[in-house]
Design a protein around this ligand. Structure first.
Ligand code: SAM
Length: 422
């Protein structure tokens, strides 16, 4: 087969793979749930399929707005995804019109009898889409109402739009190195993380095999920096998997116990520790019931949350959630805070963190903990590289995807360092 035929075949496989992933998301499966679904494809085609599916999820509302101008009635869900994929390839990824349109028509025909009937429409619509002007002026995909309303209320309408633009732009690759290590080919960020822009195969990067660093968003690396672990301290990492923060604590020389309720996820902590040559005790347990064998100096509680701060990396999240699980998460978070505090001696410190944009899971949780626990204090963050406006009135640290816009943003997190009464 000629090289150009091989490339076309690979691209066609990636497109079909992307459509399978999108159908999975419409059926309620996350992209990471579907990690093994495209095993039959070559690794580079799997990666391309995942990138195409993510692009459709990031730009869906913009693609739908363009397509709506050229269709007379609503297409079936499968045809809608084919039209969206082709529209995004044409207008966002600047794919060659004839190749993209032909591929979309072939994919539509592959849907059986109904597809045969729709193929002519797909061809006609996409020829008009290819000539469409004004794509860049369309607003970014809005967050769903259950998320947008509280975000706009908390940070303002302008910030909500900037957050949506950051979701659309996606995220760079951030790495946390072991102390004293520089990462070849990456840029050092002010907070100490290293950043790589553009697509990268993580396992092929220098330093991966030798365990010099691990993948961790620059914001996700801040809770451990805020805790300021010292060599030899006994620290519990509650809700630890897949273990980015466990690795940071262990690399600082702390005696870490990593607790997680999901044994399969705890296995990933073990794998990450092994690759990086670091050690921690692992406990598969409900953090609400777990108690340490000996005294602790500090606890890190990276609580289960809505994960709405990570939409740049998980563009499927807004399509999979409807916000109905948030009250139960808020209740669990406050019980976890109370239990974490009960594990500490007087004067011990707790860092509470969530990768959420919702103040109810962050700022409000800390305010409520302060009223439930007289004598508990918030200690203001003193960390290299953080911006003064990330510090909240109650002394926590709030990062948002639209922060550091010129450097590629960072995930939405809230964290606070709490000191138990002495
Ligand atoms: C936000 S993730 C933690 C990320 C992790 N700290 C890191 O830095 O890689 C939340 C974790 O909480 C765990 N989890 C949820 N409920 C739990 C509970 N009651 N006890 C312990 N772990 C729990 C989940 O299995 C999940 O791995």
């Amino acid at each position: 087969m000629k090289e150009s035929d091989l490339a076309k075949r690979g691209m066609d496989m990636a497109r079909s793979g992307a459509l399978r992933l999108l159908a999975g998301v419409r059926d309620g499966l996350s992209l990471s749930d579907q990690a093994g679904a495209l095993k039959a494809l070559a690794p580079q085609d799997q990666a391309r399929a995942a990138r195409l599916a993510a692009a459709v999820l990031r730009h869906q509302s913009r693609a739908d707005a363009v397509i709506a101008g050229y269709v007379s009635r609503k297409p079936s869900p499968q045809v809608a995804d084919i039209l969206r994929l082709a529209t995004i390839e044409l207008l966002e990824l600047e794919g060659a019109a004839h190749g993209v349109v032909d591929a979309a028509v072939t994919l539509t025909r592959g849907l059986g009898q109904k597809g045969q009937a729709a193929a002519g429409m797909v061809n006609a619509v996409l020829r008009k889409v290819a000539a469409h002007r004004g794509w860049a002026d369309l607003p970014p995909q809005p967050m769903p109402g259950w998320l947008r309303d509280p975000v706009a209320l908390a940070y303002g309408e302008e910030a909500a739009l900037a957050i949506e633009a950051a979701h659309q732009a996606g995220a760079p690759l951030d790495l946390t190195p072991k102390p004293g290590i520089s990462v070849e080919g990456a840029n050092l960020l002010p907070t100490g993380s290293w950043r790589i822009h553009g697509p990268a195969q993580v396992s092929a990067l220098p330093g991966f095999a030798t365990g010099d660093w691990w993948v961790q968003d620059a914001a996700a690396a801040l809770p451990v920096r805020l805790l300021d672990p010292q060599a030899g301290e006994g620290i519990a990492d509650l809700c630890a998997a897949p273990g980015g923060k466990t690795l940071q604590l262990a690399a600082a020389g702390a005696q870490v116990t990593a607790v997680d309720i999901t044994p399969a996820r705890l296995k990933r902590v073990a794998e990450n520790l092994r690759r990086c040559g670091l050690a921690a005790e692992l406990a598969a347990a409900d953090a609400l019931e777990w108690r340490p064998d000996g005294p602790l100096d500090a606890v890190l509680l990276d609580a289960p949350c809505s994960a709405t701060g990570t939409i740049r990396r998980h563009p499927d999240l807004p399509f999979l959630r409807d916000g109905s699980g948030i009250p139960a998460l808020i209740d669990l978070q406050s019980r976890l805070i109370d239990h974490a505090l009960s594990l500490l001696p007087p004067g011990g410190r707790l860092v509470y963190a969530v990768c959420s944009l919702l103040p109810d899971e962050g700022e409000a949780q800390v305010a409520a903990a302060l009223t439930r626990h007289p004598g508990l204090r918030v200690e203001e963050p003193v960390l290299p590289g953080i911006e003064p406006d990330w510090i909240t009135p109650e002394g926590g640290l709030r990062t948002r995807p639209d922060h550091w816009a010129d450097w590629g943003g960072l995930d939405g997190f809230f964290m606070a360092r709490l000191r138990k009464a002495g």
